[in-house]
Design a protein around this ligand. Sequence first.
Ligand code: GLU
Length: 471
Amino acid sequence: MASTISFFDQVNLNFDKAARFTKHSEGLLQQIKICNSVYHMTFPIKKDDGTIETIHAWRAEHSHHKLPTKGGIRYSTLVNEDEVMALAALMTYKCAIVDVPFGGAKGGVQIDRKGYSLSELERITRRYTYELMKKNFIGPGIDVPAPDFGTGEQEMAWIMDTYMTMTPEKLDVAACVTGKPIAQEGVHGRKEATGKGIYFGLREACRSVEDMQILGLQPGLTGKSIVVQGFGNVGYHATKFLQEAGAVIVGVGEHNGVIHNPKGLDVEKVAAHHSETGSVLSFPGATTHPNPTHVLELECDILIPAALENQITPENAGRIQAKIIAEVANGPTTFEANEILRRRGVMIIPDAYLNAGGVTVSYFEWLRNLSHVRFGRVGKRFEESTHISMLKAVEKIAGQEFSQEAMKQLGHGPDEVDLVNSGLEDTMIVAYNQIRDTQKRHGEDVDLRTASFINAIDKIAISYMELGIFP
Ligand code: GLU
């Protein structure tokens, strides 16, 4: 049964729970929690057959404590005002958790993209951008969208092109949206960033001997069995990196069913099967289950909900067998289900931390667009020649030469993707340890989600206090 508590209220329940562990005034807490602006727009779209359809769309800017605000745009029939407000709030806390200097926002267009041709989607996206521009809800220093459920590089390119066409005199136009294709001012590593961030975050969580012992697990990712719900861009990349690190993917769920093989599923082969047949179902060697929610109840060490919100509810929380839930979707666990799982000793790594790799690399893309230069372009060759000189000096002292292969590997200067991944790795490690330290400081009552909210609230509160608005 779906929760009777709205999604935004669920986020606020988590906020209230954490706020009790902080010392901020009621007024300040209220200001952090409230959604600053929501814009509901409707516009007509001419379909290819000549008929006219009315489209409902939203953009919510949850917090203006830092500008621009930042967050994806989703295309889904489930989009509504409450959902965009909840997701925008999660973006505010997410950015604070990983020290990305943005307020939170989220947009949504209430459509099922499968029901529209490419040119219809282009018309919808361009019109949506135009509507955002009319109300000052988009711009490099105002509000910067990105991909989310049902959108990707193509939509981001249309958004940038529309914005650019309307503001040709502006120098920083490319920074009005992130998640763009590389040839359209995107940054290397953005497409796989959320998945890679999940890998870095899980690796950090599983590194602790003490924490793994409590769960009855060995430290490290090697040999851990993993089940994923959702095999889109994020689900695919997360499982790909986890498999490369030695984890075993035993189940994959999609909207139309589940595939399961306790011996392991090869992620690349599942992806190839998906692109050939349009579905993961009937993957050779795996058992297929027709019920899509069955995936959540499969036996595994780590369950990764990577689809939509409100998937783990009081109804199914008792049947979940995983010891760790790695939240990749935004809001996959309801507030009530979280309490049940906490009492059962399940470790939940919260969404606002674990999927923050996307917005972290969006931040790098935005910086790249503002500086008008690719990361590494200026220093790469210089670093390379410094490394080579050092290696040559070592050769002289050792009286032995490095192989050509070793010289190439050790001497190489960083490419953009190396720098992006290094920034992402550091961000995920630092933020996890900040959350874990807060949890340890508070003891039993505080789980990782509450700890992450405490950290976010404290950081946002400091920004407000530094603005001199609150004492
Ligand atoms: N939609 C992604 C998220 O929920 C990315 C947001 C962004 O890059 O601005 O975190």
